[in-house]
Write a protein that binds this ligand. Structure first.
Ligand code: ATP
Ligand code: MG
Length: 392
C-alpha cells in the first residue's frame, strides 16, 4: 500500500495576505529537512500539505522529522488509493486494521474536494462505515465520541484513507518571524528559550561566550550538541563563539567583586548586539527567568538591558524551573544540559552578588574599564561553527 503524510497547517491559515509567504516558507523548510532522506514530492492544496515519498525514500524517517517542523498543527500517515469505492473500502479495512481491531467504536468522516466524484460525502461515509462494520465484529458506530474517526479524503489527484491525526509541533514556520541572536550557554534554560522563539517563526543566530583556558573544549562541544537538537526544530544555524576570558579577567582585576556578574552580563549584551547587527538580527534572546538567580532580579535585568539598545526577548521570564525542565525533556535537550561541564558564568562567581544593583553604581564600577576596546576584541575574535540538525 502506498503511504503519504498529510499535514494540516496551524495558525498560519489565519494570516490573510501573508498566507502565501507562510506556506512557501513551510514548504521550503519541509523540503530542506527531508532532502537527506531521499526524493519526496511536497505539495500544498486547500491548507493541506501532502508529502509523497519517491522510490527508496526513508518514509519512517520523514514521519519523525515532520513531527518537529513548526507550522504544522496535526499530521497523519495516510494510505493512497485509486478514486473508486472498491479501492477506498479495501484500503480502509486493510490500512486501518491495526487501529480498528483494538477499539470498539468508530465513525467515518469524508471530505470530497473533487466534486466530480459520483458519490457525495455522506454516501461515501455510509458505504465505508457499512464495510467496516462487516469486517470488524468488535466495532459499533458512535458519531458523538468515537474511539477512532476514519477519514476519507477524495482529492483531485487521488483518494486518501487515514485514522486519528497526531499532534504536530505547532507554531509558525521558521524564517517568517525575522532573525534574532540567542545567547546560548550549556544550561537547561537557553536551549528552551531558543526553541520557543523558533516556534514563533524566528530564525536563530546562536552566540556562545567561551572562556578558555578556564572553560574546556568539551564544554563548547556540548553547546554545539545542544544546538544540533534544537536545530531539528529550528533548522540549520551558524553558532558564533566569542572568546570571553579577557573581559572576565579585566572585571575581576579592576572592579568591585560584587558587581562582577552584572558587569559581565552587560558585556555579553554589548558584544551580542554588535554581532547581531553584523548578522542582520533584529533582537536578542536570553534564557532568563525572573528571580531565578541574583542576576535575574528586576533591577539586575534593568541594569543588563541598559547596555544594549536592541529589544531583548526573554521567553522564559514567567516560567518556573519545573516548567522549563518539562519543555527541555520534551525537546530532548535535558540530558545534555545537565552534564556538569563548566560555563564561563560559573568559573568566576562572586561570593555576594548584588541583587539590586543601582545603575549609577554599576556605571561607575564599569568606568574603570576600556569598554570599547574589550568589546572590539571579543567581536574580532569570534569564530563560526555550522550546526546541522541532529548531527555533531
Ligand atoms: P542557562 O540554563 O540557559 O545557562 P541560567 O539559569 O544558568 O541559564 P545564567 O547562567 O545566569 O542563567 O544565564 C542567563 C542567560 O544568559 C542564559 O539563559 C543565556 O541566555 C545567557 N548566557 C549565560 N551564559 C552564557 C554563555 N556562556 N554564552 C552565551 N550566553 C550565555
Ligand atoms: Mg547558565
Amino acid at each position: 500500500m502506498k503511504e503519504v503524510i498529510l499535514l494540516k497547517l496551524g495558525e498560519m491559515v489565519l494570516k490573510g495576505l501573508n498566507r502565501n509567504t507562510f506556506e512557501n516558507a513551510l514548504i521550503k523548510n519541509i523540503r530542506r529537512r527531508l532532502a537527506p532522506l531521499g526524493e519526496f514530492e511536497v505539495r500544498m492544496a486547500q491548507s493541506t500539505v501532502t508529502i509523497t515519498p519517491g522510490e527508496g525514500a526513508d518514509f519512517e524517517g520523514a514521519v519523525e522529522r515532520v513531527r518537529k517542523i513548526f507550522g504544522v498543527i496535526t499530521f497523519s500517515r495516510a494510505c493512497v488509493t485509486e478514486k473508486n469505492m472498491d479501492a477506498v473500502r479495501a484500503a480502509a479495512v486493510e490500512y486501518l486494521r491495526p487501529q480498528l481491531s483494538r477499539v470498539s467504536t468508530f465513525k467515518v468522516e469524508t471530505k470530497r474536494a473533487d466534486k466530480k466524484f459520483p458519490l457525495n460525502s455522506p454516501q461515501i461515509s455510509a458505504e465505508v462505515g457499512a464495510c467496516l462494520l462487516a469486517a470488524f465484529p468488535n466495532l459499533t458506530v458512535n458519531v458523538h465520541e468515537p474511539d477512532v474517526t476514519v477519514r476519507v479524503e477524495i482529492r483531485d489527484f487521488g483518494a486518501y484513507v487515514h485514522g486519528e491525526p497526531e499532534q504536530g509541533a505547532g507554531g509558525i514556520p521558521v524564517g517568517t518571524g525575522g532573525k534574532a541572536a540567542i545567547l546560548i550557554s550549556g544550561g537547561i534554560d537557553s536551549p528552551v528559550a531558543a526553541w520557543m522563539m523558533a516556534k514563533r517563526g524566528v530564525e536563530l543566530t546562536p552566540i556562545h561566550f567561551a572562556s578558555p583556558p578556564y572553560t574546556s573544549e568539551r564544554a563548547e562541544k556540548k553547546v554545539a550538541q545542544l544546538l544540533a537538537r534544537v536545530a531539528e526544530y529550528a533548522g540549520r544555524m551558524y553558532m558564533i563563539t566569542v572568546p570571553f576570558a579577557r573581559v572576565q579577567e579585566e572585571i575581576l582585576d579592576k572592579c568591585p567583586e560584587d558587581y562582577f556578574t552584572i558587569l559581565m552580563r552587560r558585556f555579553m549584551m554589548r558584544v551580542s548586539e554588535r554581532i547581531a547587527q553584523i548578522e542582520g538580527c533584529a533582537a536578542l534572546i536570553t534564557g532568563e527567568s525572573l528571580g531565578q538567580v541574583a542576576s535575574q532580579t528586576l533591577q539586575a535585568i534593568a541594569a543588563t538591558d541598559d547596555a544594549a539598545s536592541m529589544p531583548v526577548f526573554r521567553p522564559l521570564i514567567g516560567m518556573d524551573k519545573s516548567e522549563i525542565v518539562a519543555v527541555s525533556r520534551k525537546i530532548d535537550t535535558f540530558d545534555l544540559s545537565i552534564l556538569p561541564y563548566e560555563d564561563c558564568c560559573t568559573v568566576f562567581t562572586p561570593r555576594h552578588p548584588r541583587t539590586r544593583p543601582e545603575l549609577d553604581e554599576v556605571r561607575k564600577a564599569e568606568s574603570a574599564l576600556d569598554v570599547e576596546a574589550l568589546v572590539n576584541a571579543c567581536v574580532e575574535g569570534r569564530r563560526v561553527t555550522k550546526i546541522v540538525p541532529g548531527e555533531v
